[in-house]
Write a protein that binds this ligand. Structure first.
Ligand SMILES: [Zn+2]
Length: 214
């Protein structure tokens, strides 16, 4: 993680990693640094990364998807279960990718944007975030402490966060998840060129985090 500091750490086929390796991601994901303790003392390394995990729905990973899968329901559940709840609680965006059909692969035109276009939009969004957070000495939405986001002038109005608070109260969302969704909503607004997130941004962020349709 420290080697990927300020970059992207991509773990392909994440459930194939050992439980210990996966769980060791949690603390640095939370704090942005990693502490190694030994008998004669400890040391800290920077470890602020964008973590990307990829996982097949099951070990057989047939190209036809669920219709061709040969795994038992128990095997499937165990496989994705290796990505523990506490680890997934630290993942902001979960996207289900469906198998690509030949017709889609060969299609031309449509809504495809070039990487350069997307890159420019991301750069603009990051610049907006950096300018906003400069007075508090931060650059990215992901780095903003929860208490700061929940205070004036950054606190979002109650009618925009009602669904979030209901999920928190019902126990379907952790306090960590609450803050992470708010940060994601700020990023959605930045990508859209608006200076504050609204209720729709919060809903979209909930959808991205939970994998539910927004
Ligand atoms: Zn399978």
């Amino acid at each position: 993680m420290s080697l990927a500091h300020r970059g992207v750490l991509f773990l392909d086929e994440a459930p194939e990693f050992s439980k210990g390796a996966l769980e060791a991601l949690r603390q640095p994901l939370e704090h942005g640094w990693i502490r190694l303790a030994r008998t004669r003392g400890g040391t800290e390394y920077p470890a602020r990364v964008q973590l990307v995990l990829a996982a097949n729905p099951c070990p057989c990973a047939k190209p036809g998807g669920d219709t061709q899968c040969e795994c038992s329901p128990l095997t499937r559940r165990r496989y994705l279960g290796r990505l523990s709840g506490p680890l997934l609680d630290r993942i902001d965006v979960q996207v289900t990718v469906l198998p690509v059909r030949a017709a889609e692969l060969m299609a031309t035109g449509g809504a495809n944007e070039s990487s350069a276009t997307v890159g420019a939009r991301v750069a603009t969004a990051r610049a907006a975030a950096a300018e906003r957070w400069a007075p508090v000495g931060r650059r990215l939405n992901a780095e903003i402490p929860g208490p700061l986001l929940r205070r004036s002038p950054w606190r979002l109005p109650g009618h925009d966060t009602g669904e979030l608070r209901a999920r928190l109260d019902s126990g379907s969302l952790s306090a960590r998840g609450f803050d992470r969704i708010i940060r994601l909503a700020w990023t959605i607004a930045d990508l859209d060129g608006r200076d504050r997130p609204d209720r729709e941004d919060v809903r979209e962020a909930i959808g991205l985090r939970t994998g539910e349709e927004a």
